[in-house]
Design a protein around this ligand. Sequence first.
Ligand code: FAD
Ligand code: FES
Ligand code: MG
Length: 278
Amino acid sequence: MYKIIQKSELSPGVKLYVIDAPLIARKCLPGQFVILRIDEDGERIPLTIADFDRALGSITLIFQEVGHTTRQMGQLAEGDSLLDLAGPLGKASHIEKFGTVVCIGGGIGVAPVYPIARAYKQAGNKVISIIGARNADLLILEKEMAAVSDTLYITTDDGSKGCKGLVIDPLQQMIAAGEKIDVVMAIGPVIMMRSVAEVTRPHGIHTIVSLNPIMVDGTGMCGGCRVNVAEKNKFACVDGPEFNAHEVDFASLMTRQRMYQDYEKLEKGCGGRGSCHR
Ligand code: FAD
Ligand code: FES
Ligand code: MG
């Protein structure tokens, strides 16, 4: 059992849990994730390790309530426990001194970008971050991102904070102004990651995205997280989740993400037990 030792709400429907998980905290690195189950009847869902404290033996998960399991998880309180927590899973981010790195997080994608941006900064890079959300209320980790970035740009769809527009706007402006960019790291909705890839592709800027296909076992056994990268099948859970954005087939990723939508809707009829998933 993995106890929730701290709970807070970062924005409407976005919760932060600090969880007692000393073995995972000891080994995990930026870019890795866990797969959890709330209880015996629960489905398995992947969440990124948004932060960790090796001394305290805890990890931080930040999640958006989008469906049955994340909503059920949002009902838990400090002192409650999760049944299973498998991890750290996936390959860690490749961190070294590249020069100038632009870190882009859209919506809940800011949570996984944060530990990676911090690691780039600690490795001596100049870190320029761009975080975006639909509106000011939905922006998360602004202070944390500012603390690990040389420059932080904020965008909102409605202009309620920062610049009105999309996260690719400051990126396009930087490129147009001749800013030398060595690496771009982007995490967020698939459509956002695809747009970032299209902006950087003509300029040959190395761009990394963290993919979020449906995952089940997280160990390369079930094939659920299959993604097409450089025209080869890859399993995001063991070969990723980070890949070269210019090699990702985003269209097939979007189709596969929607594969179980009818079953996910059926959960409403499961008496809240999530068992339709099995
Ligand atoms: P559902 O209604 O069941 O599904 C809603 C949507 O979530 C689906 O259409 C699908 O796109 C996605 N989804 C559903 N089940 C899965 C699954 N087993 N695996 C992957 N995606 C699924 N979300 C966060 O809020 N914070 C994170 O840090 C985070 N990190 C992730 C890291 C990885 C490596 C991956 C693959 C996904 C991550 N996600 C994260 C997405 C998160 O796993 C889904 O939002 C969650 O599983 C939705 O479950 P649900 O039952 O609440 O919603
Ligand atoms: Fe099963 Fe990746 S989640 S192979
Ligand atoms: Mg679900």
